[in-house]
Design a protein around this ligand. Structure first.
Ligand SMILES: *Cc1c(COP(=O)(O)O)cnc(C)c1O
Length: 404
C-alpha cells in the first residue's frame, strides 16, 4: 500500500533528537531558540516564536490582538477546521468567504462585502502550499474607507489602526510570492509542523511576526513568549541562568503552548535541508503528476506556479472534470483497491456538523463545494519513488475508467 504522507524520519533526525535528550534539556531551551532564529532567517520576517501547534499559534495571536465576543474574523469556507475553530475559541464569529476556482484560496473580491465594523482580522489560508493573494488582501485592509470603519477596542488594535492580516500558512513554508517567502507577506503568519506537513516536528508550529513599524516585533515576540508560558516573567532556562534567580512573577494568566527542544531538534535538521532537498523532491513529484495527467482531458491539475507565486508543493489537489461528489467517492474506493492511499482536502466548513449547527450553509459557497466535490488529493512525500508515482497515476486512471 502506498501511504499518503508518512514523515521523513532518517538517521540524521534521530541523532539530533537523541542529542537533545542526552543534553539533559528536553523542554523549551537552546534548540528551540536556535530553530526560531533559523526560521526568521529562512522566511525573512522580523521575529519568530515556536509553539506546540499552528492551532495554538493562531489562537495566541487572536488573543494577543484582543479578539473576543462581538468580533468577527474573515476565513475561507474551504480550509481545515482549525482556521475557524480558533475564532470560536476566542468567543468571536467566523465570517466565511468563498474561494477561487483555480487556486482554492480565499476570493479577495468577495472579502469586502463581508467586512463590518466588528471585523478584527482576516485569516487567508495558503491551500496546498499556494500563496493567497496577499497584494489584494493587504491593499484591502489599508483602504481608507475600511480603516475608518475599523473600531479599535484596545492598544494593539489602536496601534495597527486596521484589520489584522493573519496568514494560516500551515501548508506553505517556503512558498514564494513576489520574490518573498511566506512569513514575510503580511502582519503575522502561522506555520504548522504537524506530522503530515512539509516540515514536521511531530506536533508543532511557529508564529512569524512581521508587523508594520508602529510595532516593535521583538517586543511582541517577548510578550507572546510569556503569554504562551503561563504569563511567567521568567522561563525555565532563565531561572537556571543565575544564582538565586528562582523567583519569578506571573504577570497575566497565560496559556501553555511552548515547543520542546526535542521537537526543535527535528525542525533544525529539516529546515537545514528544506529548500535544496525537501522542496526540490516535492516539486519533482508534482511535475511527474502534472506531466502524466496532461494526457487526460478529464483531469484538472492544480495551479502551483504563476507570475507572482510558487507553491511549497504540499498537497496535490487533482480534480476530475464533470463528476459528482458520489462518483468521486466511488473513484476513491477504487483507488484504494489499487493499493494507493488518497485523501480529500478539505470538506468545506459548512459541510461539517459543528458549523452546520451554527447556521453556515453550503449553498452560500458554491465554488468551495464545486472544488471539493470532484477533488482527490494524491500522495506527496519525500520517499515517494518514481515507480510509486506511476502506480498512483495508474490507480487514478483505472478508477476513472471504471466510472466512465
Ligand atoms: C494542519 C492545519 C492546521 C493546524 O495545524 P496544527 O499544527 O495541527 O494545529 C491549520 N490550518 C490548516 C489549513 C491545516 O492544514
Amino acid at each position: 500500500m502506498i501511504p499518503f504522507s508518512p514523515p521523513r524520519i532518517d538517521d540524521e533526525i534521530i541523532a539530533e533528537v537523541v542529542a537533545a535528550m542526552k543534553s539533559g534539556w528536553i523542554t523549551t531551551g537552546p534548540r528551540t531558540k536556535n530553530f526560531e532564529r533559523m526560521l526568521t532567517a529562512f522566511n525573512g520576517n522580523q521575529s519568530t516564536l515556536c509553539v506546540n501547534s499552528a492551532t495554538a499559534g493562531l489562537e495566541l495571536v487572536l488573543r494577543w490582538f484582543g479578539v473576543g465576543p462581538g468580533d468577527e474574523v474573515i476565513v475561507p469556507a474551504y480550509t481545515y477546521c482549525a482556521t475557524a475553530n480558533v475564532v470560536l475559541h476566542c468567543g468571536a464569529t467566523p465570517v466565511m468567504v468563498d474561494v477561487l476556482p483555480d487556486t482554492f484560496n480565499i476570493d479577495p473580491d468577495k472579502i469586502a462585502e463581508k467586512i463590518s465594523a466588528c471585523t478584527k482580522a482576516i485569516i487567508p489560508v495558503d491551500i496546498a502550499g499556494f500563496p493567497a493573494d496577499y497584494d489584494a488582501i493587504n491593499q484591502l485592509v489599508n483602504n481608507e474607507e475600511l480603516r475608518r470603519k475599523f473600531t479599535p477596542r484596545n492598544p494593539n488594535q489602536r496601534k495597527l489602526g486596521r484589520i489584522l492580516v493573519l496568514s494560516d500558512a500551515a501548508h506553505s513554508l517556503g512558498a514564494i510570492y513576489n520574490g518573498k517567502s511566506t512569513g514575510s507577506l503580511c502582519d503575522i503568519t502561522v506555520f504548522s509542523f504537524h506530522a503530515v506537513k512539509n516540515l514536521t516536528t511531530a506536533e508543532g508550529g511557529a508564529i512569524a511576526f512581521n508587523l508594520p513599524e508602529s510595532f516593535d516585533n521583538e517586543e511582541v515576540y517577548k510578550f507572546c513568549n510569556i503569554f504562551g508560558l503561563h504569563g511567567q516573567s521568567k522561563d525555565a532556562l532563565a531561572k537556571l541562568s543565575g544564582k538565586a534567580s528562582w523567583k519569578y512573577d506571573v504577570i497575566m494568566p497565560g496559556y501553555k503552548v511552548n515547543m520542546t527542544d526535542m521537537q526543535a531538534a527535528m525542525g533544525i535538521v529539516e529546515l537545514r535541508r528544506y529548500r535544496e532537498d525537501t522542496l526540490q523532491k516535492r516539486k519533482a513529484i508534482f511535475e511527474y503528476y502534472q506531466t502524466a495527467f496532461a494526457k487526460y482531458d478529464w483531469a484538472i491539475s492544480p495551479t502551483c506556479r504563476d507570475k507572482k507565486s510558487e507553491s511549497s508543493y504540499h498537497v496535490y489537489l487533482l480534480r476530475i472534470k464533470n463528476i459528482s461528489e458520489e462518483i468521486r467517492d466511488n473513484m476513491i474506493i477504487d483507488i484504494f483497491g489499487s493499493e494507493v492511499s488518497v485523501n480529500v482536502h478539505f470538506q468545506p466548513l459548512p459541510l461539517l456538523s459543528a458549523y452546520k449547527y451554527l447556521g453556515y450553509r453550503m449553498q452560500d459557497f458554491p465554488v468551495a463545494y464545486a472544488n471539493y466535490a470532484n477533488e482527490i488529493s494524491l500522495p506527496v512525500f519525500y520517499d515517494l519513488t518514481e515507480e510509486m508515482c506511476q502506480q498512483v497515476v495508474e490507480a487514478v486512471v483505472h478508477a476513472y475508467n471504471q466510472i466512465k
